[in-house]
Design a protein around this ligand. Structure first.
Ligand SMILES: Cc1cc2nc3c(=O)[nH]c(=O)nc-3n(C[C@H](O)[C@H](O)[C@H](O)COP(=O)(O)OP(=O)(O)OC[C@H]3O[C@@H](n4cnc5c(N)ncnc54)[C@H](O)[C@@H]3O)c2cc1C
Length: 287
């Protein structure tokens, strides 16, 4: 199986903060994923799946966990059923590839998800979403490896998921998802173009970021609370909350994990003291 050693984990997080992994594995199929996960379980070691890195931050130092990248799991198959299309995408397929496909086939249902810098595995695990839509709106089934290292396929109705939360977080390894989309009579290419313009205007995409740091509390916005608590544009060292979007963490250059932790704890404390609301982290911190 492909693997690399002494790996700079900054390359696996879009915020570009973090230490070094002893090893990162790159399985090319289900059999190889099973193999690496079985060995990790036998050795009682923690497994960290790696997608596009757009929602994960690593601590400093040497990390001993078993890092498994989905980069080589790229199978993408389309089946037509009447005016519906079933898209079977392995975990390492990017949202960009799916966007190209839906534009080519003029399929609707993915417009609001376009622009999220996700892999299918990461998006399923996080139940990624935007503008009132989420990936689970279009999921038919998910294929994954469970905690007992068994391959399973579950229909959407059998899966536990909610806002940015699923049963796959910290447990299991998503191998693939089947998505259901249908032919549109609208111009999907134009809709996506318009959506991306709107998205990009609101986000600080000129700096390394991990997108939304906190989940929106019920009937509220994490960004608004952070702004009211004075955290919009606030920096510790080279890590800060963006001055364009208070809920986006950004790295101004040499951001350190220590400064990041300080900033997050500070923000969580202040918001709690001022509004009595406990912000829940959306971003995954591996420490
Ligand atoms: C500029 C920017 C904009 C963003 N906008 C949005 C948005 O609009 N909506 C939104 O929901 N999110 C958004 N995000 C956050 C992020 O893109 C999503 O959470 C995305 O789903 C993460 O996918 P990933 O492949 O990068 O996962 P990663 O960041 O690599 O991983 C995220 C978590 O999932 C786990 N994981 C990854 N792959 C698997 C797998 N195959 N099986 C099991 N666990 C796995 C990882 O271990 C980690 O815990 C944004 C991020 C950025 C940087």
């Amino acid at each position: 199986m492909n693997y690399i050693t002494d790996v700079d984990l900054k390359n696996f997080s879009t915020l570009r903060i973090g230490g070094r992994a002893k090893k990162v594995f790159f399985p090319k199929d289900e059999k190889e994923v099973l193999e690496v996960l079985k060995k990790a379980k036998d050795e009682d070691r923690k497994i960290i799946p790696l997608g596009k890195g757009s929602n994960i931050i690593f601590k400093d130092g040497i990390l001993e966990d078993v890092f498994v990248s989905t980069k080589l799991l790229k199978k993408l198959e389309i089946t037509k059923k009447g005016d519906e299309f079933l898209i079977y995408a392995e975990a390492g397929v990017s949202f960009k590839q799916i966007v190209e496909l839906v534009k080519k086939l003029n399929l609707e249902g993915f417009e609001n998800l376009s622009g999220i810098p996700a892999s299918v595995g990461g998006a399923i695990t996080m139940n990624a979403g935007a503008f009132g839509s989420e990936i689970f709106d279009i999921v038919e089934e998910v294929r994954f490896i469970d905690e007992n290292i068994q391959i399973k396929t579950l229909k959407k109705e059998e899966i536990s998921y909610s806002y940015r939360k699923t049963q796959f977080q910290q447990k299991g390894f998503v191998l693939a998802a089947k998505l259901r989309l249908k032919k549109s009579d609208k111009d999907v290419k134009a809709l996506i173009k318009e959506h991306l313009l709107r998205r990009n205007k609101a986000q600080p995409l000129d700096l390394p970021t991990t997108g939304s740091t906190y989940k929106n509390p019920p009937n509220n916005y994490a960004g608004k609370l952070l702004e009211l608590a004075g955290f919009k544009g606030k920096k510790i060292g080279d890590v800060g909350f963006s001055s364009r979007h208070a809920n986006f963490l950004v790295n101004y250059g040499n951001g350190s994990f220590k400064d990041l932790k300080n900033l997050l704890e500070n923000a969580e404390d202040c918001v709690y003291r001022q509004f009595g609301i406990k912000l829940e982290r959306e971003v995954v911190i591996v420490e």
